[in-house]
Design a protein around this ligand. Structure first.
Ligand code: GLN
Length: 204
């Protein structure tokens, strides 16, 4: 089987954990801080962290436009938490100057679960990820409030917190074409099945 070279956007956030999980899933992982490093990867993980800071750093490092161009050309990407926000078309409760790539036609709400609980974990089922429930860790997580055409909902969760309920639960994992996004952090647990799903997407 081929070993795809997958980048992790390394401006801010939990880069090392994603690199470890990608390697566990059979990829070669490389940090991406410059456009030349982006050119050398077949797919990109945008990690959790803080989307407002990431948006600023992408501008400072002259990486926003190169990443956007690769996404527009169909480069596979996986965004977790802040990374999910970065991939979204529309961001609610964001900062006015916050930018996102618009790679997935969806609306996300920042810190959505966080209004009730800062972080929590729960076992969820993820469409297309076999092998039983997945322990999903949420840290000041966004949820998806609207999905557009072509977006497949892979997982929902009802946090049980007041106000977090929605029929069937809140959307916390989606796929649209070559893009995957999760509200939670699969890189903080030893279970590499979500990264495996993404590595298989990149192998395509
Ligand atoms: N753990 C995270 O990535 C939190 C995301 C953060 N709340 C943001 O808006 O970017």
């Amino acid at each position: 089987m081929t070993v795809p070279r997958i980048g992790v956007l390394a401006l801010q956030g939990d880069v090392v954990d994603h690199m470890r999980a990608l390697e566990a899933a059979g990829a070669e992982a490389a940090p991406v801080r410059r456009a030349a490093e982006l050119d050398a990867v077949e797919g990109l993980v945008i990690p959790g962290g803080e989307s407002t800071t990431m948006s600023k750093l992408l501008d400072i490092f002259d990486l926003f436009d190169p990443v956007k161009k690769r996404l527009d050309e169909g480069m596979p990407a996986f965004g977790s938490c802040a990374g999910m926000i970065m991939l979204a078309e529309e961001v609610l409760d964001g900062r006015p100057d916050q930018r996102s790539f618009g790679a997935i036609p969806m609306t996300v709400r920042r810190n959505a679960f966080g209004r009730q609980v800062d972080s929590f974990e729960t076992e969820i089922g993820i469409e297309g990820v076999g092998g039983g429930p997945f322990k999903a860790v949420f840290i000041r997580a966004p949820w998806v409030e609207r999905v557009g055409d072509g977006v497949e909902v892979l997982a929902r969760v009802d946090s049980g917190a007041e106000g977090a309920g929605a029929p069937g639960g809140r959307i916390v994992a989606v796929r649209a074409g070559a893009c995957l996004a999760t509200s939670f952090h699969p890189e903080v647990t030893p279970d590499a099945r979500v990264h495996q799903y993404f590595v298989d997407m990149v192998r395509g």
